[in-house]
Design a protein around this ligand. Structure first.
Ligand code: 0A1
Ligand code: ZN
Length: 880
C-alpha cells in the first residue's frame, strides 16, 4: 500500500552484493497470536564488491524488530536505521555475526507471502521476495547461505515440523511444546527457504538412485487427503528416474518432501528438499481428479523436482534471469510429459497455450522479453513469456544443436555453474562452448519482446523441377522496443507430393541422399530456399512440430489443409492443418448473414475423424476440439466477441447436427468397458465420448441428454462425471442442469478441490455463468475470498473463459472485474494483479468494448493506496 509512485528496478543497475551471508541460524517460536523469529547471520564483506565501506543493508517487510546485536553486543537505536522496508547498519566489520529478533503475525497474513497459515497449518512461500516478510535479510538470489532451522511449537496442534535438508535434532519443551532442528548442507538463496508446521499425515515411499543411494520420499497432507497421495509419489519417482536417464542428474539430499496446502498463490514451489504444493496441483483420486488434473500433477511434481538442478543447485543471479530456471525447467518437464504419454498431444497442448495466451501477452501492453530489463514488482513477471516462451527458446536450442550436443551443453552448464547464481547468458555460453556453434544472434531471443511473424511465399518452376520457398520475418514493435533485428530461427519443414508421399528435400541438383525433413535456419530478414528434382508442385508442411514460437502465414487453400489433415507425417501439423481450416471457416462466418453456408468439407473431414477408428485416437481427440474463443479473439484485429462466439457456436451446432448419428456411435464405441487407467488411449477415449456428449447436448439431442444423465450418475471417475455435468450445464435442459449441479455439490461439498471445479464449470458456462449467477456464487457458503483457488475458479473462470458473458456491451462484466480486483488488492495483491489480465488486452477489442474496458482500468487505477502489483499492471496497460 503506498500513495507515492513505486520505483522501477533496472537490470542495468545490477551490482554484486556488498556482503555475503555464509550461514543462517534460525529459530522460530510459533504461537497462535504470532511468531518470533531469531536469526543469527554469519556475514562477511564480498571480496568481489568494489563498494568498500558500504553499509549493510537488509530487506524487511512488515516486520517488528525486537532486538539487534552485532557480535553479541546489542545495537543502540543510533547505530542502525529501520527504514520500514530496509534495515541499514552503517558501520560493520569485515566479518561478523548479526543477531536479529523479529515478530510477525502469520495468522493475519492474507497475502500468502512469507510465513502464513493455511487450514490451521503454518507454511511459507518465499519466492520471489517473501523471505523479507519473515526476517531482515539480503533478500536476493545471489546471496547463497547454509541454513539451520529450529522450529518450536505446540506438540499436539503441530506434531509435524518441517524445513529444508535433514532433521538433526528433536525434543520436548516445557508447556506441551516441542522442537525439531533441520540442517540443509547446500548453500541456497533465501527464496528457497521453507517451513511447515501442522497436524499432517505422512505418506512414505523410497527411491534408489542410480548410484545406489536410498532416498526417503515423504508426502504430508491433511488427514482427510491421505488417500490422494499415490499419484504424486509415483510421478515423483518417474521424474527422478527420468532426470537420471535423460539429463544424468541425481538427487542430492537423503530426504525429499512434498506438502499440500489449500491456500497458495501459485501452483507449487521448489524449496530445497521441501516442495510445497497447491492442493489442486498434487492431490488426486479417481473419484475427485480429472485426467487433465492427473496429467497436470505429474507435470508439476516433475517440474518442481527438476528445479533441484535447474534452479536450486544452479540458481538465478537476479530476478531478471528468472527464465534461466523457469524456461529451462518447463522445457524439461514438457520433454518428460512427452515421454510419459503422447508426445504429439503434449506438443499440441503446449502450443495451444502459447499461441492463445503467450502470443496475446506478447502483443499487449505487458509484453516483455524473456529476460526483462526492468520491472516494478517481480511477482508480476511469473508470466507465460518467462515460462512458456522461455521454454520455447530452450527448445529452439535443442532443435538447432540436436539432442546430443544439447545434452553436452546441459552437462557443461551444470558442471560449470554448480553452486552458483548465474545468468541466461551463462546458459547460452555453455551451449555455445559445448557445441562449437555461434549463438550470438540467437541471444536476441532473450532480449527482444514480441512474436516474430514469418510470411512464406512459394513458386514452382516446372521446367527446371525447382520449388522455391521464400521466408520473410518481421518483428512487431512492443512497449519500449522498435526496429528489431532478425532472429535466428529453426524452421522445420517437409514437402508432400499429391499422393501424400514425403519428397526428398534436395537443396542442390546433385543432392542425392536428401532427407525428407529438414531443420532450416533463418537468420536474415528474408531467405529463399530452392528444392531441386521435383516432378510436380509440392504441398509444403511448414514449421513442423512448431519448431519456433512464431506466427506463420502461408496461403494454404482449404483443399490443401484438408490434404495435410490426413497426410502430413508430422502429427502436430496434421492437427494444425485442421485448426487452420476450422479457424478459416469460423472467421468467414463472423458477422456474415445467417444463411451463409458452413463449409461442407469441414463436415466431411470431421466425419472421417470421428468414424475412422484406425486413426491415432489421442490425436483425433485433440483434432475434434474446435479452436477456442480465446484463440479466435487473439487472431482477430478488432475482436467482436459476441460475433465470434456466435460464429463458433454456429459451426459447432452445424457439425453436431450433420454428424449426429456418428457422434452417438462414437459415444457408444468409446463407452467405458474396463477399469479406469491413464494410458493415452484411455484418456483419448474419455475425451472423445465427452466431446460427443457436449456436441449432442449443444443441439438439445434427447438421446444425448439421456446418455449425459446416465453418465453423470454412473461414472466411476471425475473426468466422466464432470464431463457429463459440463455438458448438462451448457445445455438448454435447465432442470437437468440444476439437478446435476445440486447433486454434485451434495456429494463433494467436503472436498475443496472438487468444489473449485464445481464453481468453475458454472463460472465458465454462458448458461450458468451470467453476471447475476456469478454474483450469487460469490456469496455461496463455500466461496472464500482468502482462498486463491476459489477466486480463480469463479472470478478468473468468468473473465478468462466465459468470454461472451464477460464482454457485455454495457461494460457490466468489466465493472464487475474491476470491483473484485479492488476488493482483493488489499488482502492479496498478487492475485489481484493476475485478475486484471483480461482487461489489459483492451486495445484488441471493437471500439464499444474497448472504451468500457479502459474505463474499468481507470477505475482500478483511481483506487486509493493501490498495491505495487496492481499499480504496475494497470499503469502499463493504460500507457502509450
Ligand atoms: N518457482 C515456482 C513458482 C512460484 C513462483 C512464485 C510463487 O510465489 C509468488 C510461488 C511459486 C515454480 O516455478 O513452480
Ligand atoms: Zn518453476
Amino acid at each position: 500500500m503506498r500513495s507515492n509512485q513505486p520505483q522501477t528496478i533496472y537490470l542495468s543497475d545490477y551490482k554484486v552484493p556488498a556482503y555475503l551471508v555464509d550461514h543462517v541460524d534460525l529459530r522460530f517460536e510459533l504461537f497462535e497470536h504470532g511468531a518470533r523469529v531469531h536469526s543469527i547471520l554469519t556475514v562477511r564483506r564480498n571480496p568481489q564488491s568494489d563498494d568498500v565501506g558500504a553499509p549493510l543493508v537488509l530487506d524487511g517487510d512488515r516486520l517488528v524488530l525486537e532486538s539487534l546485536a552485532l557480535n553479541g553486543t546489542p545495537l543502540d537505536g543510533d547505530q542502525y536505521e529501520d527504514r520500514g522496508d530496509q534495515l541499514v547498519i552503517a558501520d560493520v566489520p569485515e566479518q561478523f555475526q548479526l543477531s536479529v529478533v523479529t515478530w510477525i503475525e502469520p495468522q493475519n497474513n492474507t497475502r500468502l507471502e512469507g510465513l502464513y497459515k493455511s487450514s490451521g497449518m503454518f507454511c511459507t512461500q518465499c519466492e520471489a521476495e517473501g523471505f523479507r516478510c519473515i526476517t531482515f535479510f539480503p533478500d536476493r538470489p545471489d546471496v547463497m547461505a547454509r541454513f539451520r532451522t529450529r522450529i518450536e511449537a505446540d506438540r499436539s496442534a503441530y506434531p509435524v515440523l518441517l524445513s529444508n535438508g535433514n532433521d538433526i535434532d528433536r525434543g520436548d519443551l516445557p508447556d506441551g511444546r516441542h522442537f525439531v532442528t533441520w540442517e540443509d548442507p547446500f548453500p541456497k538463496p533465501c527464496y528457497l527457504f521453507a517451513l511447515v508446521a501442522g497436524d499432517l499425515v505422512e505418506k512414505r515411499d523410497s527411491f534408489r538412485t542410480r548410484s545406489g543411494r536410498d532416498i526417503d520420499l515423504r508426502m504430508y497432507v491433511e488427514p482427510r487427503n491421505a488417500d490422494k497421495c499415490a499419484h504424486a509419489l509415483d510421478s515423483l519417482k518417474r521424474a527422478m528416474r527420468w532426470d537420471e536417464e535423460v539429463y544424468g542428474r541425481e538427487y542430492d539430499l537423503d530426504i525429499f518432501m512434498i506438502v499440500a496446502v489449500d491456500d497458495f498463490n501459485m501452483g507449487a514451489m521448489e524449496n530445497k528438499g521441501l516442495n510445497i504444493f497447491n492442493s489442486s496441483c498434487v492431490l488426486a483420486s479417481q473419484d475427485t481428479a480429472t485426467d487433465a488434473a492427473y496429467q497436470r500433477i505429474e507435470a508439476i511434481v516433475a517440474h518442481e523436482y527438476f528445479h533441484n538442478w535447474s534452479g536450486n543447485r544452479v540458481t538465478c543471479r537476479d530476478w531478471f534471469q528468472l527464465s534461466l530456471k523457469e524456461g529451462f525447467t518447463v522445457f524439461r518437464d514438457s520433454q518428460f510429459s512427452a515421454d510419459m504419454g503422447s508426445a504429439t498431444v503434449k506438443r499440441i497442448e503446449d502450443v495451444t497455450l502459447l499461441r492463445t495466451a503467450q502470443f496475446a501477452e506478447d502483443a499487449g501492453p505487458m509484453a516483455h522479453p524473456v529476460r526483462p530489463s526492468s520491472y516494478i514488482e517481480i511477482s508480476n513477471f511469473y508470466t507465460l513469456t518467462i515460462y512458456e516462451k522461455g521454454a520455447e527458446v530452450v527448445r529452439m536450442l535443442h532443435n538447432l544443436l540436436g539432442p546430443e550436443l544439447f545434452r553436452k551443453g546441459s552437462d557443461l552448464y551444470f558442471e560449470r555453474h554448480d553452486g552458483q547464481a548465474v545468468t541466461t547468458d551463462d546458459f547460452v555460453r555453455a551451449m555455445e562452448d559445448a557445441s562449437g556453434r555461434d549463438l550470438s544472434q540467437f541471444r536476441l531471443w532473450y532480449e527482444q519482446a514480441g512474436t516474430p511473424v514469418l510470411t512464406v511465399r512459394d513458386e514452382f518452376d516446372a521446367d527446371r523441377g525447382v520449388y522455391r520457398l521464400t521466408v520473410e520475418q518481421t518483428l512487431p514493435d512492443t512497449p519500449g522496443q522498435t526496429d528489431k533485428k532478425p532472429h535466428h530461427i529453426p524452421f522445420a519443414l517437409g514437402l508432400l507430393d499429391r499422393r501424400g508421399q514425403p519428397l526428398p528435400l534436395r537443396l542442390a541438383d546433385d543432392d542425392t541422399e536428401a532427407p525428407t525433413e529438414r531443420m532450416l535456419e533463418l537468420t536474415e530478414r528474408a531467405h529463399t530456399f530452392e528444392f531441386h528434382g521435383l516432378a510436380e508442385c509440392p504441398v509444403p508442411s511448414l514449421l513442423r512440430n512448431f519448431s519456433a514460437p512464431v506466427r506463420l502465414n502461408y496461403p494454404w487453400t482449404r483443399e490443401q489443409l484438408l490434404f495435410l489433415m490426413s497426410h502430413d507425417p508430422d502429427g502436430f501439423n496434421r492437427w494444425d492443418a485442421g485448426q487452420r481450416l476450422a479457424v478459416d471457416v469460423i472467421q468467414s462466418l463472423v458477422g456474415a448473414p445467417r444463411d451463409t453456408q458452413v463449409e461442407p468439407r469441414l463436415v466431411t473431414a470431421y466425419r472421417h475423424l470421428i468414424c475412422d477408428a484406425s486413426l491415432d485416437q489421442a490425436l483425433v481427440a485433440k483434432m475434434l476440439q474446435l479452436p477456442s474463443e480465446a484463440y479466435l479473439i487473439e487472431l482477430a484485429d478488432e475482436a467482436d466477441v459476441p460475433a465470434i462466439h456466435q460464429a463458433r457456436e454456429r459451426v459447432l451446432k452445424h457439425l453436431a447436427i450433420s454428424l449426429r448419428d456418428e457422434l452417438v456411435a462414437c459415444y457408444r464405441r468409446n463407452a467405458q468397458d474396463s477399469a479406469y487407467d491413464l494410458s493415452p488411449l484411455a484418456i483419448a477415449r474419455r475425451s472423445l465420448r465427452n466431446t460427443a456428449l457436449a456436441w449432442l447436448l449443444a443441439i438439445n439431442d434427447e438421446e444425448g441428454r439421456a446418455l449425459a444423465v446416465r453418465q453423470f450418475r454412473d461414472a466411476d471417475n471425475m473426468t466422466d462425471r464432470i464431463g457429463a455435468l459440463r455438458a448438462l450445464v451448457n445445455s438448454d435442459y435447465e432442470d437437468d442442469r440444476n439437478q446435476a449441479l445440486a447433486s454434485f455439490y451434495q456429494r463433494y461439498q467436503d472436498d475443496p478441490q472438487v468444489v473449485e471445479q464445481w464453481f468453475s464449470v458454472q463460472a465458465a458456462s454462458d448458461r450458468a455463468g451470467q453476471l447475476p449467477q456469478i454474483r450469487a456464487l460469490l456469496t455461496h457458503p463455500a466461496f472464500d475470498w482468502k482462498n486463491p483457488n476459489k477466486v480463480r475458479a469463479v472470478v478468473g473462470a468468468f473473465a478468462g473463459q466465459n468470454l461472451a458473458a464477460f464482454h457485455q456491451v454495457d461494460g457490466s462484466g468489466y465493472d464487475f472485474l474491476a470491483e473484485q480486483v479492488c476488493r482483493l488488492d488489499d488482502s492479496n495483491p498478487q492475485i489481484a494483479a493476475r485478475l486484471v489480465t483480461p482487461l489489459t488486452r483492451w486495445r484488441k477489442f471493437a471500439p464499444a468494448y474497448r472504451e468500457r474496458m479502459r474505463a474499468a482500468l481507470e477505475r482500478i487505477r483511481d483506487k486509493p493506496s493501490l498495491s505495487r502489483d496492481v499499480y504496475e499492471v494497470v499503469h502499463k496497460s493504460l500507457a502509450g
